[in-house]
Write a protein that binds this ligand. Structure first.
Ligand SMILES: C[S@@+](CC[C@H](N)C(=O)[O-])C[C@H]1O[C@@H](n2cnc3c(N)ncnc32)[C@H](O)[C@@H]1O
Length: 308
């Protein structure tokens, strides 16, 4: 493994929003191969601190090695929803900046050892961490046809979800679905060649989001993050999927509102106070040049908010 396993997306843009104090305390919830973390460290001075998590063991081990010489950074092989636990372990009440760059890294997408790739034959797993009990193979072999169709539709926005779920059940009645290539074969049987690759990608994405409970994890993490930001501190989120982006947008909007009483109420009775100011009215997206250099950045959307 080397630093080229993943090209960080919206690197300078995200750091421009994130760093307000070079001696501050920062949290990177999706360390990966350390692309953003390394740039954060470059911008911090010797008093600055960075706490970072990745649920993936390969990414964690790689980054432990990469940053072993820098005592300003401390890494945890944790889910980022454990941000509160990390703050407690580190005797930190507030962070100056919190960053998450969601989804999976290029290494995970390309490498069979990660259990995420559909480009080569590997066990159909899709768990970020082995502490999660259910694998994608368990799911496609044991869930009902209706449940599978719902997951593909809800998390992959897959129009042919029912047809695919039916084919999965037909296949598994004869042979257990064990490998990523088994699932690819099922999709191939019922998908015209020009749609095959995109359909496969949506199916894998849907299973991954469900297996790792990614949307609920993100929701609870965002709420905790606002609690843990210092006044003037920044929350920066890069997402790659419309469902994730909607959660980020709605949470930031909700946290920015001062009152949520129905319009017809003459006075506020809810008492809700705004906790953030939204810094990105519209999401920041990669430049044409970034997309040309790193095609995987094409769906990225960055949103940032400041604690008030
Ligand atoms: C897009 S990559 C991040 C890349 C990183 N910013 C870099 O530049 O190298 C996303 C990373 O987040 C991790 N991840 C996704 N969801 C997570 C979660 N809930 N908790 C901890 N890590 C998570 C994945 O394992 C993956 O390594």
């Amino acid at each position: 493994m080397n630093n080229n396993q993943h090209t960080p997306v919206l690197l300078l843009e995200s750091l421009e929003y994130l760093i307000t104090d070079k001696s501050g305390i920062y949290f990177d919830g999706t360390l990966g191969f350390g692309g953003h973390a390394s740039e954060i460290l470059k911008q911090l001075n010797s008093d600055g601190r960075l706490f970072a998590t990745d649920a993936d063991e390969n990414a964690f081990k790689f980054s432990m090695n990469r940053f072993s010489e820098d005592d300003r950074i401390k890494l945890y092989n944790f889910n980022f929803k454990e941000i509160e636990t990390i703050a407690k372990l580190e005797f930190t009440k507030y962070f100056d900046g919190i960053l998450v760059d969601l989804g999976v890294s290029s290494f995970q997408l390309d490498n069979p050892v990660s259990g995420f790739t559909y480009k080569q034959k590997t066990l159909l797993d899709l768990r970020f961490s082995k502490s999660i009990k259910l694998t994608a193979s368990d799911l496609v072999n044991n869930f009902s046809e209706e449940e599978i169709a719902d997951i593909l539709f809800k998390y992959g926005e897959e129009k042919n979800s029912k047809k695919i779920a039916k084919e999965i059940c037909k296949y598994r009645a004869v042979k257990k679905i064990v490998y990523t290539s088994d699932l690819a074969e099922i999709i191939k049987r019922i998908t015209p060649p020009i749609y095959f690759s995109k359909t496969l990608s949506r199916v894998f994405q849907a299973l991954r989001i469900f297996i790792n409970d990614e949307l609920e994890t993100l929701r609870s993490f965002l709420v905790k993050s606002v609690d843990l930001l210092k006044v003037g501190g920044r929350l920066v989120v890069i997402s790659y999927h419309s469902l994730e982006d909607r959660i980020v947008k709605e949470l930031m909007k909700y946290e920015s509102l001062n009152c949520i009483c129905p319009k017809e109420y003459p006075v506020c009775v809810c008492g809700k106070k705004s906790r953030v100011k939204i810094l990105t009215k519209k999401p920041i997206t990669p430049s044409v040049e970034e997309i040309r250099n790193n095609f995987r950045s094409r769906s990225a959307k960055l949103r940032a908010a400041e604690r008030i």
